[in-house]
Write a protein that binds this ligand. Structure first.
Ligand SMILES: NC(=O)c1ccc[n+]([C@@H]2O[C@H](COP(=O)([O-])OP(=O)(O)OC[C@H]3O[C@@H](n4cnc5c(N)ncnc54)[C@H](O)[C@@H]3O)[C@@H](O)[C@H]2O)c1
Ligand SMILES: O=C(O)C(=O)C[C@@H](O)[C@H](O)[C@H](O)COP(=O)(O)O
Ligand SMILES: [Zn+2]
Length: 357
């Protein structure tokens, strides 16, 4: 993977110094009829002032939604579609999504569907949205607690990544974003895996370089397979069980709702264990990966009935065909296999490995 000096971002993605200039040029040359900025209650407080300072256009309207996964729903979309309608949005209007992955997923979907599609820009403000959610055009909402069941793939006009926003991001959400960066390491290269797993914010590691590299890994996969016919499925590493665990916890009030990255971190340990059994993924590496992940993500408890229910949720995974659940597995770091079938007995063994590590 190229480093920051010789790296090439696509024209639609801008990083740090170039971002505000790209936004202002785009706004002044595109002739939008109206500009809307979608925030959630936290990005409204912490990120909107930075946006206002840097955006030369002053007459935009702010729309806001409640923060968090439980608001990534069609009801939130209806409220926003109504507001856009009442405020006279037309097909020459622009929606700027200023927030984490919930705002970029939901705002991307609202923009893609309002009057069959208005313009949209993502300005990601969480680590997870910078390295993953804002790149690649997947958008959508949950159906009840089932993750991302409704949505489309539509690329935003621009993605503007400004890491200054991370200064106010709460620690648990920062760590959640690290999970997707670790995933990029696992599917892409040992070198990037090592860099992210050895990242230490206290020793002044260059986080911006790691973020940029993650964006490039994600972009390279998406541009090779934008509609997830084959290669893009690798970006779903750890998500087959991870999403089922996330949905299960969202739906059970006695459990803490896990952040997306927290659930995916568990899913990656489980998928790597399964890889070690089915594809001879090296056992020593499995242990290293488990150690790194447990270092950030404390163990969660799953009893037999929890696991049974998680397995039942696998039927909703979007990589399934003909009722068959398809996992992404690894032969080694950076060497993946898609569309793998996994017996339930092995899923139970994977949870046993996770609980006993
Ligand atoms: N479309 C994709 O390709 C893709 C990829 C990965 C994840 N996702 C989705 O992204 C969502 C998770 O995204 P997330 O982790 O960003 O969650 P999030 O959007 O809920 O943001 C995390 C929390 O941090 C707050 N926040 C965000 N930026 C802040 C800032 N700069 N300062 C202070 N507070 C800030 C938010 O208000 C929220 O409370 C999930 O729904 C997941 O399914 C989508
Ligand atoms: O961009 C992709 O493709 C991904 O799979 C990235 C994932 O990290 C992300 O969580 C995505 O939203 C999952 O997609 P889904 O199609 O499984 O809902
Ligand atoms: Zn994810």
């Amino acid at each position: 993977m190229p480093n920051r000096k010789n790296v090439k971002l696509p024209h639609s993605i801008h990083f740090n110094s170039g971002s505000w200039e790209a936004l202002n040029t785009y706004l002044s040359t595109s002739g939008f009829s109206k500009v809307f900025v979608l925030t959630d209650e936290n990005t409204n407080t912490h990120c909107l002032p930075i946006f206002q300072r840097n955006c030369t256009l002053k007459n935009f309207e702010v729309l806001s939604m409640k923060a968090g996964e439980s608001h990534k729903t069609i009801d939130s979309c209806v409220t926003l579609w109504q507001q856009l309608s009442e405020k006279g949005a037309d097909r020459k209007s622009l929606l700027i999504n200023l927030g984490g992955g919930v705002v970029t997923d939901l705002g991307g979907f609202v923009a893609a569907t309002f009057k069959r599609g208005i313009h949209c820009i993502h300005i990601p403000t969480s680590l997870l949205a910078m390295v993953d959610a804002s790149v690649g055009g997947k958008n959508g909402v949950d159906l009840g607690s089932l993750k991302n069941q409704i949505g489309v793939i539509k690329q935003p006009d621009l993605v503007l990544v400004t890491t200054e926003f991370l200064k106010t991001l709460p620690e648990d959400h920062f760590i959640s974003g690290l999970a997707e960066m670790l995933k990029h390491g696992l599917i892409h290269s040992e070198a990037y895996w090592q860099k992210v797993s050895n990242y230490d914010k206290h020793t002044g590691d260059d986080l911006d370089t790691l973020i940029l590299e993650s964006i490039l890994i994600k972009h390279s996969v998406v541009s090779a397979d934008p509609n997830e016919e084959n290669l893009r499925k690798t970006l779903n590493y750890g998500h087959t069980l991870g999403h089922a665990i996330e949905s299960y916890c969202l739906d059970h009030s006695e459990r803490r709702a896990l952040l997306h990255g927290e659930a995916i971190a568990i899913g990656m340990i489980l998928a790597t264990f399964i890889s070690s059994v089915l594809l001879s993924f090296p056992k020593k590496k499995l242990e290293e990966i488990s150690r790194v992940i447990f270092n950030y993500f404390p163990k969660q408890e799953f009893n037999r009935s929890d696991i049974e229910n998680v397995i039942k949720l696998l039927i909703y995974d979007k990589k399934n065909t003909n009722g068959k659940v398809h996992f992404v597995l690894l032969e080694a770091i950076g060497s993946h296999k898609i569309n793998c079938e996994v017996p339930n007995s092995l899923i139970y063994s994977a949870f046993e490995y996770y609980e006993n590590f």
